[in-house]
Write a protein that binds this ligand. Structure first.
Ligand SMILES: [Cu+2]
Length: 184
């Protein structure tokens, strides 16, 4: 068998694989058909997996953006990010056509005061939910193009390490809990 393979390698061009060279015409046809069939199976499985990743294993809910206050061009977006997969997910950036930039902000305690710290990413461990809410994280919209009022919708594009781009249409709504002075 080993010798036979070497023999085929010697007489056929390098790009023709040895197994193919020894086949009858019918076998070649069946072999090519199998290759095409397998390629189609893998292509559709891949598409299905990608689709499932965005819509099934990564679930983003409770999304809203705060209205802007007078004389302010910034706002904050809140949501819950659920990762139902076995892999760690990571929010790596966010942007919006309605704002100059969006920063990922973590609230940290500093001498008893809550302060905003920009972070590079927000980790979402496998099978867990990370809330972006008062006291944890939020997305800081900087340089909004026009004042945001209740009833408006803000398009936010999130970029995840695993799932890639996720587009949200976030409603502008008042925050129900206590006030968060750091965001003003
Ligand atoms: Cu903020």
């Amino acid at each position: 068998m080993f010798l036979k393979l070497n023999y085929y390698k010697a007489i056929v061009p390098p790009r023709v694989i040895p197994a193919f060279a020894g086949m009858t015409r019918m076998n070649k046809r069946a072999f090519l058909f199998s290759l095409v069939f397998l390629a189609l199976v893998f292509a559709s499985a891949d598409a299905w997996a990608k689709n499932k990743n965005v819509s099934g294993t990564l679930v983003i809910s409770k999304v809203f953006v705060r209205p802007t206050v007078p004389n302010s061009l910034s706002s904050a977006a809140y949501m819950e990010i659920a990762n139902n997969s076995d892999k760690q997910e990571k929010l790596i950036s966010a942007s919006s056509p309605d704002a100059d930039q969006i920063e990922l902000i973590k609230i940290m305690r500093d001498h008893g005061m809550r302060r905003m710290h920009e972070v590079d990413d927000i980790l979402v461990p496998p099978h867990s939910v990370v809330p972006l809410k008062l006291g944890t994280y939020h997305l800081m919209l900087i340089g909004v193009k026009k004042p945001l009022v209740v009833g408006d919708t803000v398009r936010i594009e999130l970029k995840f390490a695993q799932a890639g781009k996720v587009i949200l249409n976030a409603p502008v709504a008042e925050i129900r809990a206590r006030k968060h002075k750091q965001d003003r």
